[in-house]
Design a protein. Structure first.
Ligand code: AMP
Ligand code: ZN
Length: 456
């Protein structure tokens, strides 16, 4: 069996992964708050944990991995957008979830086993909050219910800070009803214009953190294997999830391996609207970047390192994938991915190393091995083939004739003519490769046959 080792953020060590139950390996990843299109940074954890999901399915069996990723569909940002646009909250969340699915599907991410929505699990959140109060870990004050961080000795273990250090270093919301400034909200009151549910503490809505504790318990149990998310969630979100879950279910260990992906930047800078370098996944798809190319760029950097999105990387990814697609066209995948690929992925998800293995297979001309190995990383899948565009016979014959003409022009040292043809191909979105066997062509994602027919 392939050995998987993972860097566990909780213990700060590399550990060999051993699931609680190899028949049902269980993973929870924090999903999006659904009020807007996913940006390029949001796509990173999706592709990282999709790759881990694929690896686990390969090792433990397709039906032996349960992957849960939630939708946060109750949140003040959602309320604000609904109010600003004067539409019902449900319209915003439905629309955003549909966008999310379309965009993440385009990145080649498999749908998780379950995608629970917070609003469908309010009852279990209320039950968990009730049990935290009963066990002396939470208290009610002015219509709010707060978690008492001083009641949980291990609070701060994940982020490696004591409660006193946190108070000294953090901008905490001080509220008169809090016993300790670090106490966090489990439940808060809703006015009549906001979404709310009846509870023992009055009509209100949950704080953000409780949903992941309640839904992971419901779908994965009191102990499960892996919990993932972006490093920005480590504190306070994940710290609070641990506190809630371990105090409500002391019989379990909650998540045993914690994995955090580092953040994405764009051309060396933090992505921000004011810098004009803010992209949604949809923006890039609309600019003509195939989802597979975006996925490949993500996988080029280890998840534990900050990654930089650059146009240059994307160009290179497009060229590489286009070459590999030509090499593997019509080829049946080998029965098994290459052992070196599995070893790289098992090595704390060394995706950059795994891509180096794919390069090696391509260089060796092992098309069947390349196809099988790439498939394990969600690459070169037939259903995502963006290089295959229907090119009619007339256009195709014209391209062949123009390429012959270009070869003749080069031979005659008529470089002006050869360059003019090259520029025309580029305008048409035609990808041309010169190989020892002659020129090969392929219609790129923005291929425009009319432009070819206009070429003189
Ligand atoms: P949010 O909808 O803001 O809660 O974020 C959804 C997911 O995207 C979380 O796992 C975040 O950690 C992750 N995320 C947000 N921004 C970035 C970024 N710039 N780079 C990588 N991951 C990010
Ligand atoms: Zn969460």
């Amino acid at each position: 069996m392939v050995e998987i080792s993972l860097h566990n953020t909780l213990t700060r060590r590399r550990e060999v992964f051993a699931p609680l139950d190899p028949e049902d390996v269980r993973m929870y990843v924090c999903g999006p708050t659904v009020y807007d299109r996913a940006h390029l940074g949001n796509g990173r954890p999706v592709v990282v944990f999709d790759t881990l999901f694929r690896l686990l399915r390969h090792v433990y069996g397709l039906d032996h991995v349960t992957y849960v990723r939630n939708f946060t569909d109750v949140d003040d940002k959602i309320n604000a957008r609904a109010q600003a646009e004067g539409v019902p909250i449900g319209r915003i969340t439905e629309e955003t979830i549909a966008w999310y699915h379309a965009d993440m599907d385009a990145l080649g991410a498999l749908r998780p086993t379950a995608e629970p929505r917070a609003t469908e699990h309010i009852g279990s959140m209320i039950a968990m909050i009730g049990s935290l109060i009963a066990r002396g870990h939470a208290y009610e004050a002015e219509g709010h219910v707060l978690f008492d961080v001083r009641s949980f000795a291990e609070y701060g273990r994940l982020s490696g800070r004591s409660v006193d250090d946190m108070i000294a270093g953090a901008r905490v919301e001080v509220a008169p009803y809090k016993r300790d400034p670090m106490d966090f909200v489990l439940w808060k009151p809703s006015t009549s214009d906001l979404p709310g549910w009846d509870s023992p503490w009055g009509r209100g809505r949950p704080g953000w953190h409780i949903e992941c504790s309640a839904m992971s318990f419901e779908l994965l149990g009191a102990s499960f294997d892996i919990h993932g998310g972006g490093i920005d969630l480590q504190f306070p979100h994940h710290e609070n999830e641990i506190a809630q879950s371990c105090c409500a279910h002391p019989e379990g260990s909650f998540a045993r391996y914690w994995l955090h992906n580092e953040m994405l930047q764009v051309e060396g800078k933090k992505m921000s609207k004011s810098l004009g370098n803010f992209f949604t996944v949809r923006d890039l798809l609309e600019q003509g970047w195939p989802g597979e190319v975006i996925r490949f760029v993500y996988l080029g950097t280890h998840y534990g390192k900050p990654m930089d999105w650059t146009a240059e990387k994307a160009e290179q990814a497009r060229a590489t994938l286009s070459r590999w697609r030509t090499l593997t066209r019509g080829v049946t995948a080998a029965a098994e991915p290459a052992p070196e690929l599995l070893a790289a992925l098992g090595d704390d998800l060394n995706t950059a190393g795994a891509i180096a293995v794919l390069h090696g297979l391509a260089t060796a001309g092992d098309a069947a091995g390349l196809k099988a190995s790439a498939a394990l990383m969600g690459l070169l899948e037939d259903k995502h083939d963006w290089t295959q565009r229907e090119v009619g016979a007339e256009v195709s014959a014209r391209i062949d004739a123009l390429l012959l003409e270009r070869a003749a022009a080069r031979k005659a040292r008529d470089f002006a003519r050869a360059d003019a043809l090259r520029d025309g191909f580029q305008r048409a979105g035609l990808i041309v490769r010169d190989t020892p066997q002659g020129a090969e062509w392929e219609a790129g994602p923005d291929f425009d046959p009319a432009e070819i027919l206009r070429l003189e």
